[in-house]
Design a protein around this ligand. Structure first.
Ligand code: CA
Ligand code: CA
Length: 76
């Protein structure tokens, strides 16, 4: 029984590997500054703008991945 529980926890952990999925509190697939700030209070508007490569005011998965690669957003 313990093994089954552990497996369930591991699977749940793996399915939530994307930071975007954790930070995206309203589940619309994009991150707003408010959502990013809720998860990472240290990220300021200037840094958010730097991550927002296409300047549409939100971060999509590609922008989040690029921001993480550049060290602008923590990988959790
Ligand atoms: Ca969102
Ligand atoms: Ca964007």
């Amino acid at each position: 029984m313990k093994t089954v529980l552990l497996s369930t926890i591991i699977i749940a952990g793996l399915s939530a590997t994307s930071v975007a999925a954790q930070v995206d509190t309203n589940g619309d697939g994009i991150l707003t500054l408010d959502e990013v700030n809720a998860a990472f209070p240290d990220i300021k508007a200037e840094e958010f703008s730097a991550m927002d490569a296409n300047a549409d005011g939100v971060l999509d998965n590609d922008e989040v991945a690029a921001a993480q690669d550049a060290g602008l957003m923590p990988k959790t």
